[in-house]
Design a protein around this ligand. Structure first.
Ligand SMILES: [Zn+2]
Length: 267
């Protein structure tokens, strides 16, 4: 007799993001499971970082085909795109869900998984700040802020040293500047531009660079201004207008200030 459960793939592990810090702090060094990882990250997001955490579902897919099907179902991508993404994407956010590709994720040690999960959960917080309005422009800031938050989370949890990680990112960005070059922010605006520049110039000119640009923005204007920028999307409108209102300067002026600061940071 055939049992259906032995033939079918494993159902994804599903959990809901908790809305606030847990009753007892989670010791990050002992994390071995997704629920405790998620709680530890929420403790930092909702605690010291003061970010809202939406009640998103997290689906942990252990079967590659199921992760690809979830990308098609929840992100609306084509089967071909989903197949390509399944080969490199460790996680994705869409339709109020965080989809985890455990086939790739389980190859990483837990501290690195915490970093990836924190990045995706930061995207969920951005969307909650914007009341789920579209955040498709200024991709350098959408991705840069998710990286910035993720590195703060793992620093707070004690699994990474932010000073070491920042020094490593400065080296990577210097290498990118001296190699393929760094794109002007105006060329990292739409998702298509972000993907194109990532392909053309490589990883270090994308994520570590976006982290550093966000760090300069926060150094110049403060963390709260960035949250204000995302909140301004609640009523719709243009991201460029929201940038001007939140930071009191145009993108062009910020680009000038960024170039001057980078010249000091990476000589
Ligand atoms: Zn991201």
């Amino acid at each position: 007799m055939l049992l259906a459960c032995s033939a079918a793939g494993a159902a994804p592990l599903e959990l809901r993001l908790p809305s606030g810090p847990g009753a007892t702090p989670v010791a990050a060094s002992g994390i071995r499971h997704y629920p405790e990882a998620v709680q530890a990250i929420v403790d930092v997001l909702a605690g010291p970082l003061g970010l809202p955490v939406p009640a998103y579902r997290m689906e942990v897919h252990t079967e590659p085909a199921e992760f690809e099907q979830a990308l098609v179902r929840h992100l609306g991508v084509s089967a071909e795109t989903a197949r390509q993404a399944g080969g490199f994407a460790k996680a994705a956010v869409g339709n109020r869900r965080i989809l985890v590709n455990d086939t790739l994720m389980s190859r990483l040690p837990w501290p690195e998984r915490l970093l990836t999960l924190a990045h995706e959960m930061a995207h969920a917080s951005q969307l909650e700040l914007a009341r789920h309005r579209s955040l498709v422009r200024n991709q350098w800031l959408v991705e840069g802020f998710a990286e910035w938050v993720a590195f703060r989370v793992v620093q707070e949890l004690g699994t990474h040293s932010l000073a070491d990680e920042r020094a490593s990112m400065l080296r990577r960005v210097r290498g990118a500047r001296d190699g393929p070059g760094l794109a002007p922010l105006a060329d990292l605006d739409t998702l298509a531009q972000w993907v194109r520049e990532r392909e053309k110039r490589g990883f270090d000119a994308a994520y570590p660079y976006a982290y550093l640009v966000t760090d300069v923005l926060i150094e110049r204007h403060g963390y709260e201004r960035v949250l204000d920028y995302f909140r301004r999307h609640r009523a719709g409108g243009e991201s460029a207008v929201h940038f001007q209102s939140a930071f009191g300067e145009s993108m062009a002026r910020f680009q000038q200030a960024l170039d001057a600061r980078l010249a000091e940071l990476i000589k």
